[in-house]
Design a protein around this ligand. Sequence first.
Ligand code: AMP
Ligand code: TRP
Length: 334
Amino acid sequence: MTMRVFSGIKPSGDPTFGNYSGGFRQYAATQDIAAAEGGQAFFCIVDLHAITVEYEPAELRRRTLDIAAMLFATGLDPARSIVFVQSHVEAHAEAAWLLSAVTSYGQLGRMTQFKEKREGQEFVSAALFSYPTLMAGDILLYRTTTVPIGDDQRQHLELARDIAARFNARFGDTFVLPEGVFPEVGARIMDLQDPGDKMGKTGSSEAGTIRMLDAPDVIRRKVRSAVTDSGRDVVRSPEKPGVTNLIEILSVATGEPPEAVESRYDGQGYGPFKQDVAEALVELLVPIQARYEELRADETELHRLLAIGAEKARGEAAPVLETMYERMGFARPQ
Ligand code: AMP
Ligand code: TRP
């Protein structure tokens, strides 16, 4: 089976180093593997997913282009990958409705992300509840084999597989069951101030969140004030979540295995270690920021690239959606 990669990222909040670790760097890597194997890779700015919680319409528009520029700045190549905006391909919304017929209501209610996001909210949208069905449609419409994601999406991917399997059992073999690809190191980057919490575009503390576009001095300050523990040991351990997180961050930023990081800094205390973490982040992010600024400045070009992506994506999704309608017994227009 040829490799077909699909992943999505929401245009909500400013992208973080967590997105880099579980998202951007994996997208670029899987794009290369897919190209080498004669496969195809799709990367989608999932704006339909971004409306499931409170948001500003004008910000959604701006952030959609921000994410497009960041995807290209971190290595996606429009000549090799299909990069597009979810709402430009109508099949996504349609597929989500069709798949909701084979999605378990009980299972949706057990999704951790739904339970977390609804907490303390005055208004919880039906869209927040059915969000994983839309995500399943994204993946299944492209006959995806491979889904590069961070650890927080593991449960949603499992559900997408269940939905695919239920559709296949009920309406005949239609979908490939997609496999998740999770980074070995850095699948869940934590908030620097509260290492029990995920570093997220929204929800984590500002001081504990490294943003892709943070200035070098902001990065240095955030890393310097990161919560560690008493002691001098630079080792990964459940008792040292803050230090463990910094080791993973350094490893992701430099590509050096975490074991090598541990043996180099062990017993030296946290001062020099933290300084090196900060400098590694600065070294990684400054060139990305420069590419980003250049790409983001040309909105006409971004729109042009996204239009090409959408055109190709429509061509790939349409026949799959048609098969879904047919298998489900709809009298299609002749
Ligand atoms: P989102 O920002 O929720 O649209 O996520 C886009 C991608 O980034 C998904 O594959 C997430 O799993 C990944 N991601 C988000 N936050 C983190 C994090 N703290 N650590 C690792 N991966 C993350
Ligand atoms: N739900 C994912 C997130 O919050 C984003 C997403 C939407 C996605 N559709 C997808 C990821 C399809 C992978 C494949 O990060």
